[in-house]
Write a protein that binds this ligand. Structure first.
Ligand SMILES: [Zn+2]
Length: 275
């Protein structure tokens, strides 16, 4: 009988639940708002309801759960004060295992994005990989020699919190001038307000970018400038074979990607380019 696992992706805006088969295909999926202002104790029963519904509809019995969440730690199973959720610190692995009675594995959403790109995405066979997730926040997953870089205590890969602008915008982590404060969807909304003087929907601007809209070019150009700088710093240390950009912000498409590439190439050391 084919085995299934439950995959749960907890984002700052939306949560996704999927039943995944052994080939990595998502057999069934469901998406619902995370409601970041709510506590974990209110979130968990809502999630349980969605999972129960999915299992009832499909009649499948999963063998385990994999959870991706912001600030989650693979080694401890904890989520530690994610800046985009009002959860404080939660023993996610323990709470999930108590509730669902299934073995649960937890990691940072960006680390899992890197593993997915390696196993089933565009980075098959790549040994040194940098994956950057651009959503409500900015996450980075790093693969070195085919393994996820966990660092001491499982905390490696916080590339969203490198300083890009000295004494710049406040970041959700409590710091200032970090990449996340500029290149995440949240940061880009601030850029929109600063440059256009009003709240224009980011997804709409992403669509407008595809037809060369001037305002969209300005907003995405700002973000590309900061991303190019941040990615160049990370690549100088890591020397990855490939950099993958993913997450909702990348729905803006190939024009945005080319803008980031141009900025990245401007910033990168000749040393890296030649190799
Ligand atoms: Zn930060």
């Amino acid at each position: 009988m084919e085995k299934f696992v439950l995959g749960i992706d907890i984002g700052g805006t939306n949560s996704k639940v999927g039943l995944i088969d052994e080939s990595g295909s998502i057999a069934f999926r469901e998406i619902f708002p995370t409601k970041s202002e709510e506590s974990f104790d209110i979130y968990l029963p809502r999630l349980k309801e969605i999972v129960d519904k999915l299992l009832t509809i499909t009649g499948k019995v999963p063998i385990g759960i994999g959870v991706g969440a912001p600030n989650a730690n693979f080694l401890t199973g904890m989520v530690h004060e994610p800046p985009n959720l009002s959860w404080g610190s939660v023993d996610l692995k323990k709470r999930f295992e108590e509730l669902f009675k299934l073995p649960t594995f937890v990691d940072n959403d960006a680390n899992l994005a890197a593993v997915s790109e390696l196993l089933w995405g565009c980075a098959s066979g790549v040994k040194h990989l940098l994956v950057v997730t651009l959503g409500t926040g900015v996450g980075t997953g790093i693969i070195i020699d085919g393994n996820v870089l966990q660092g001491a205590f499982g905390g490696a890969g916080e590339g969203g919190h490198i300083e890009i602008v000295p004494n710049g915008r406040a970041c959700g982590c409590g710091g200032a001038g970090h990449l996340e404060a500029y290149a995440s969807a949240t940061g880009m909304k601030l850029t929109i307000k600063e440059i256009l003087g009003s709240d224009v929907d980011l997804a709409l601007l992403g669509t407008a970018l595809k037809s060369g809209d001037k305002d969209a070019l300005k907003i995405f150009g700002e973000s590309a400038k900061y991303l190019g700088k941040g990615l160049a710093s990370m690549a100088t240390i890591l020397f990855p074979e490939m950099v993958v950009l993913t997450g909702g912000v990348m729905n803006a498409g190939p024009i945005f990607l080319e803008m980031i590439r141009a900025e990245f190439e401007k910033m990168i050391l000749d040393l890296l380019e030649e190799k």
